[in-house]
Design a protein around this ligand. Structure first.
Ligand code: AMP
Ligand code: ZN
Length: 470
């Protein structure tokens, strides 16, 4: 299997540290509001990669953190007059809900920064002891970039260039740094901020140290794969390498995978720019599996531009898959025959070829775009199965193949969820009736809008509320 390694800047053969096992860390979101579909891209592409590793028989130890101490969380907490933990816990729960909707397998561990402070303090102390970090007068601890000859090896930045570019920059409050590119490991508390005791001052950790510590704690000093969006290459991942390798004296990570951006009008989707759709915005209009198919329709390193047209294409593709599995499920109940006919044997050769294409695509640096195409070929072939013609063995084989590749690896559910949609709609209608009874018309209107977004039309009739799909 080949992976494009950001550090080596080329596709390389993947060899795990321990045969049959993979240790993988993916940088997770900062939790101060609902995640957007740009944040969902790394979640979906690396979840799919993990699923493929599992399909190949690897045991994957998959760690993905929640950054729950951060300026933006503190700002949101102060604006809302609550403790920062109220904000972070709320949005961790919301994020987990989105992840479940998008059929993202829970990580082996989802560590949270605020619960790992003691380990971070130990790592910072180790860096000070080994001469890689220094304590400024106000108690801030900085990593000394000049102490690490390997600094810049991931992002391929030339240290001398970087230094001369930055030398003139005197960032206010950072005059105490030895070098402009030194970065914070620990910083003193400010009014209204959460803080922890440390040997240097009451304060909180910098962002980068959390991933170094959590990766070490849950996966060991050297890991197989570290992943995240390409905006994390510098400074976040560069700094993680510096911290981890200087603290342990060992290599930190063997393969670096970075996804390209999800763009909108060819600009990176981001919270700060305000040009984003939350996962919730999208799943109010589309099945979350459509979002998955859309995200996976591009190889993960290429930029992907969001558009309604592409979402609608993904929706049509999803319908084709569901129509196929609906039909096969129906046939399975009726069909007979435990052995394939000669014609089916020949068709099976074709399907095996498409499975091969699927695997080749996934082996070639997680090329989900080509893997999806192979699934569509399988669906096309499977659609020829018909009543009175196909054996039960053939129909069962087709369903099994689609299940393994689609549900299993791409994480795209192929079971239509009409029954649960009915339940969901009925529950919302009941809630709306109760809200109206309680004269909470605002809530009643909200529910009606939500149902409209789901493509449900309500009719108030004499016999009560009736509904239908638009
Ligand atoms: P953040 O919450 O900003 O720290 O981001 C969490 C993860 O989402 C990181 O791996 C980011 O690189 C990734 N990410 C954020 N915005 C985008 C985007 N527009 N496209 C792809 N990945 C993104
Ligand atoms: Zn990280």
């Amino acid at each position: 299997m080949k992976i494009f390694d950001t550090m080596q800047r080329r596709k390389v053969e993947f060899v795990p540290i321990e045969p049959g096992k993979v240790r993988m860390y993916v940088c997770g979101p900062t939790v101060y509001n609902l995640i957007h579909i740009g944040n969902a891209r790394p979640m979906i592409v690396f979840d799919t990669f993990r699923r493929y590793l599992e399909y190949k028989g690897y045991e994957v130890n998959y760690v993905s953190n929640f950054t729950d101490v951060d300026d933006k969380i503190i700002k949101a907490a102060n604006e809302q007059g609550v403790d920062p933990s109220v904000i972070s816990e709320r949005y961790i729960a919301e994020c987990k809900k989105d992840m479940a909707d998008m059929n993202i397998e829970p990580a082996t561990t989802h560590p949270q920064a605020t619960k790992e402070i003691a380990g971070m303090i130990d790592m910072i102390q180790a860096l000070i002891d080994r001469g890689h970090a220094y304590v400024a007068e106000d108690g801030t601890v900085y990593f000394d970039v000049s102490s690490d000859p390997g600094y810049g090896k991931l992002s391929h930045k030339n240290m001398d260039e970087m230094m001369s570019g930055l030398r003139e920059l005197k960032v206010s409050g950072e005059e105490q740094k030895k070098n402009p590119s030194d970065f914070v490991l620990w910083k003193p508390k400010k009014e209204g901020e959460p803080y922890w005791d440390s040997p240097w001052c009451k304060g909180r950790p910098g962002w980068h140290i959390e991933c170094s510590e959590m990766s070490k704690k849950y996966l060991g000093e050297t890991i197989d794969i570290h992943a995240g969006g390409e905006d994390l290459i510098f400074p976040h991942h560069e700094n993680e390498i510096a911290q981890s390798e200087c603290a342990s004296g060992r290599p930190f990570c063997n393969y670096w995978m970075h996804n390209g951006f999800l763009n909108i009008n060819n600009k990176k989707m981001s919270k700060s720019e305000g040009n984003f759709f939350t996962v919730r915005d999208i799943t109010a209009q589309y099945d979350p599996m459509v979002l998955r198919l859309f995200i996976l329709s591009a190889q993960y390193r290429t930029p992907l531009n969001f558009s309604k047209e592409l979402m609608d294409q993904a929706k049509a593709s999803y319908e084709r898959i569901l129509n196929c599995t609906d039909k096969l499920t129906e046939l399975l109940a009726k069909a007979e025959g435990e052995t394939l006919t000669a014609e089916e044997e020949a068709e099976k050769q074709k399907i095996e070829g498409f499975i091969h294409d699927f695997e080749d695509a996934m082996e070639d640096d997680n090329n989900t775009a080509n893997a999806e195409s192979a699934v569509y070929e399988i669906v096309r072939t499977a659609n020829a199965a018909s009543d009175g013609h196909s054996t039960k063995a053939w129909v069962a084989y087709l369903l099994d193949v689609i299940y393994k590749l689609c549900d299993g690896v791409l994480g795209v559910r192929t079971q239509r969820k009409s029954a649960s949609l009915d339940e969901e709609v009925e529950a919302l209608i009941a809630e709306r009736q109760a809200a109206r009874k309680a004269k909470n018309f605002q809530r009643a209107d909200e529910i009606r809008a939500q149902l409209t977004d789901m493509g449900i039309i309500l009719e108030d009739t004499r016999e009560g509320v009736k509904w239908k799909k638009a």
